[in-house]
Design a protein around this ligand. Structure first.
Ligand code: AMP
Ligand code: GLY
Length: 427
């Protein structure tokens, strides 16, 4: 069976690593892939956003199944293009991907179907947005409607900051069309939980919950990043709360999407904030999180390929979805300067020593092979080092022990991934 994974980061490496374990022994391809993925799959140099070229390639190369991982091709309707050509695909339709692609769509959906979320107002007119900001309580949160590479959410402590964020999005167009329509949302507080779930639109099978660490520096300081590390499961999200969220959030979301005529099948990612007045949705994503997938998929004991096929066939209720009862920790090794400017092409040492440790996997995000075949850095987030152990403390210790084998010029990592979770007696 020929399986193509679309994307080229740590998440895709984690997906491919799980697919490679499948008893079905799939022949793996990845577009575009990266320096580490090349060891598992044939890398095809087509950008993930070039959806027409990917669909053409999948058809001519005779792919039996395509897994679309990143947000952009999903929102551009790659799964629709593939299905129109008779190629089974894992991922939501373009219409269903709006749950991530338009924050206004997601917010209106939640309001219409009584799904708990923060209060907000939508603006297409800048003067009205600025007038609103002048009387809104601070802090407040300004969000670009569309995809903005994870940078479209600005938490504003002061009116001046909020006005500047509104102007940047609506007047200066820093996020292009994505920011011409904005949402201004109430500031919520509480522990955050990321929940990823397989769903075929009817059945929903949640994966172990995660806690992301979005800021660049220890103690949650510095700029927001794509994520500097994840632990799973999240101790702030015990089974009773998970059961409550299933009833009040996940199943109503599936129902709502079906009722709106765009049933969601794929990986639904729900970002929750556990506020003093109960869990509220702060974001939906239409895909596996990155680095969440790098922490959660190593806990999967059953066959990922079989689960993804069941999702695409609408038979998830028949799938064997089993996770280990252990814990995992993924520590991201980034290029110095990330999420700002950073150098590329730095030789990387020590990945084999790290990966040789029991229960450790080294996922490649921004890596490439240079002309001599040596592994070098090629992105902001370079590697994700994941350790699976029986307890969270052991997983954190092992992930750092493995990360300490690896080095490259300018390497930056947070030293406190999991520290907050370990300190949390109760959340
Ligand atoms: P996103 O880019 O949608 O992943 O959001 C980035 C981060 O912004 C989230 O992980 C939260 O930490 C924060 N955030 C988003 N919405 C709110 C809100 N209403 N109140 C407080 N923090 C928020
Ligand atoms: N780690 C956050 C995301 O994938 O959106």
């Amino acid at each position: 069976m020929k399986v193509l994974v679309v994307g080229g980061g740590g998440r895709e490496h984690a997906i491919l690593t799980a697919l490679a374990r499948s008893p079905r022994k799939p022949e793996l391809y990845c577009a575009p892939g990266n320096g580490g993925i090349a060891a598992l799959a044939t890398c095809v140099p087509i950008a993930a956003e070039d959806v027409q070229a990917i669909a053409d390639y999948a058809a001519t190369a005779g792919m039996d199944f395509v897994v679309v991982a990143p947000d952009m091709p999903l929102c551009l309707g790659l799964c629709d293009l593939l299905r129109a050509r008779g190629i089974p695909a894992f991922g939501p339709s373009g219409a269903a991907a709006r749950i991530e692609g338009s924050k206004v769509f997601a917010k209106e959906l939640m309001l219409r179907y009584g799904i708990p979320t923060g209060a907000s107002a939508v603006f297409t007119d800048m003067a009205q947005a600025l007038a609103y900001v002048r009387t809104a309580p601070m802090p407040t949160v300004v969000k670009a409607d569309g995809l903005a590479y994870g940078k479209g959410v600005v938490i504003c402590q002061t009116r001046e900051a909020a006005e500047a964020a509104v102007r940047e999005m609506m007047e200066q167009g820093v996020f292009g069309e994505s920011g011409r329509r904005i949402l201004i949302e109430e500031f919520l507080t509480g522990p955050e939980v990321s929940v990823l779930a397989f769903t075929d639109g009817q059945t929903l099978a949640p994966m172990p919950s995660g806690m992301d660490h979005k800021r660049a520096l220890d103690g949650d300081h510095g700029l927001n990043t794509g994520g500097m590390g994840v632990i799973a499961p999240n101790p702030c999200y015990p089974p009773e709360l998970a059961a409550q969220c299933m009833e009040s959030i996940f199943l109503p979301t599936l129902y709502a999407m079906a009722a709106e005529g765009c049933p969601f099948a794929g990986c639904l990612y729900v970002g929750l904030m556990l506020t003093p007045s109960g869990p509220k949705v702060i974001e939906y994503n239409c895909r596996f999180g990155d680095p969440e997938a790098q922490a959660v998929l190593p806990l999967l004991e059953s066959d990922l390929l079989s689960i993804l096929l069941h999702v695409s066939q609408g038979t998830l209720h028949q799938a064997d979805v089993r996770f280990s009862g252990g814990a995992s920790c993924c520590v991201v090794l980034a290029s110095g300067g990330y999420p700002g400017a950073f150098a590329k092409g730095m030789p990387i040492q020590g990945t084999a020593d790290a990966a040789a440790m029991d229960g450790v996997q080294v996922f490649h995000a921004g890596t490439a092979l240079d002309a001599s075949g040596a592994l070098v850095t090629s992105g902001g987030r370079v590697l994700g080092v994941t350790a699976v152990r029986g307890t969270l403390q052991a997983a954190v210790d092992a992930a750092y022990a493995a990360a300490d084998h690896i080095s490259f010029a300018g390497m930056h990592l947070r030293r406190d991934i999991g520290a907050r979770a370990l300190a949390a007696q109760s959340c």
